[in-house]
Design a protein around this ligand. Structure first.
Ligand SMILES: Cc1cc2nc3c(=O)[nH]c(=O)nc-3n(C[C@H](O)[C@H](O)[C@H](O)COP(=O)(O)OP(=O)(O)OC[C@H]3O[C@@H](n4cnc5c(N)ncnc54)[C@H](O)[C@@H]3O)c2cc1C
Length: 312
């Protein structure tokens, strides 16, 4: 077990964590940054980002994050990847020593920026767990190419669902979009693109009640919420986009959450526990996007520096 002593530990290397790293470096803070997977965060799974300022050529999420990672590494910052922080302990004498542990590292730190983002929600329907990774996916960019000339279903009606369904039409022969309400939640512009695409078929007011198959998913069973009619749909793959859950569990009992488990912060992005800050999708933010996550990281790092200097 390697022991590392720092002024700041940034947990998570998505847009928020990387934004924090740039500002922490420039504030002269002695810090580490980790990620339980490779750096980049959830946005690396998306094909096109067309709302991040300065990139008007439809850059992919992966490329955008590689640019930001290079920027961070240019400062000589080492991102400790595949290092999942699994425990946070506060020292008894309250000397602001916080111990964060992963399998191979133990960090003692005075402050934390919690930038652990969010993970996709599951539907909770019968058979779902059995077919995750066997035809059920949460990432069209990662798995879409496997479905050339096949039929897939996308579950969800928000921007992410329709954007990813549009991406899947590059490969699949048919993309069924299944949404439990009678109208989509996606923005008008994205809806129009979806309705205009001949490969897309919209099945509204319907929910998936069962996933079926032998070794892989073969069929989903749908229930019409208005008529209660049950019908089966043969399918080669399913992509779920039904929302996200904050990755905040590690701070259970330590800081205040909102009713959905998002971390509550003040204007400096400090949580209810002094010295612990939260940034990006994991906190109760009104907009969950790359631009706001990066900006949160900057605010949190600046606040951490003020806290370390005794002026916050
Ligand atoms: C399909 C899709 C499309 C999207 N499209 C857009 C778009 O076009 N434009 C846009 O602006 N936004 C888009 N978003 C939203 C954007 O991805 C998020 O708002 C943004 O990634 C949030 O950044 P974050 O750093 O807060 O969290 P995340 O990106 O979730 O990063 C959190 C990081 O923390 C790590 N982590 C979690 N727990 C631990 C732990 N215990 N220890 C160590 N590391 C941990 C995770 O592995 C992850 O890398 C999209 C999201 C999805 C899923």
């Amino acid at each position: 077990m390697q022991k590392i002593n720092k002024e700041l530990l940034i947990i998570g290397s998505g847009p928020a964590g990387l934004g924090a790293a740039i500002y922490a470096y420039r504030s002269g803070i002695n810090f580490s940054i980790t990620d339980k997977y490779m750096a980049g965060g959830q946005v690396i799974t998306t094909d096109i980002i067309d709302n991040y300022p300065g990139f008007d050529n439809d850059i992919s999420g992966y490329d955008l994050m590689q640019n930001i990672i290079s920027h961070v590494k240019k400062f000589g910052v080492e991102i400790i990847e595949f290092c999942e922080i699994s425990e946070i302990k506060i020292s008894k004498d309250f000397s602001k020593k916080i111990i964060c542990s992963s399998e191979n590292f133990q960090f003692s730190t005075k402050t934390i920026i919690f930038a652990t983002g969010a993970s996709p929600k599951k539907l909770g329907a019968e058979g779902e767990d059995e077919f995750i990774g066997k035809g059920i996916s949460f990432c069209a960019t990662c798995d879409g190419a496997l479905y050339k000339d096949k039929e897939v279903a996308v579950i969800g009606g928000g921007n992410a669902a329709i954007e990813e369904a549009l991406f899947l039409t590059k490969f699949a022969s048919k993309v069924h979009v299944i949404h439990r309400r009678d109208e989509l939640r996606a923005s008008k512009v994205i809806q129009e693109k979806g309705f205009a695409n001949k490969k897309m078929n919209f099945i509204l007011s319907s929910e998936v009640i069962k996933f079926k198959g032998k070794n892989r998913i073969e069929e989903i069973v749908l229930k019409n919420k208005k008529t209660s009619e049950i019908k089966a749909l043969k399918i080669d793959g399913v992509f779920e986009y039904v929302g996200i859950n904050p990755n905040s569990q590690l701070l259970n009992g330590l800081v205040d959450f909102d009713e959905y488990g998002y971390i509550l912060t003040d204007k400096n992005l400090q949580t209810s526990f002094p010295g612990i800050f939260a940034a990006g999708d994991v906190r109760n933010t009104p907009l969950k996007q790359v631009i706001t996550a990066v900006a949160d990281g900057a605010v949190a790092a600046t606040s951490a520096e003020k806290y370390l200097s005794g002026i916050l």
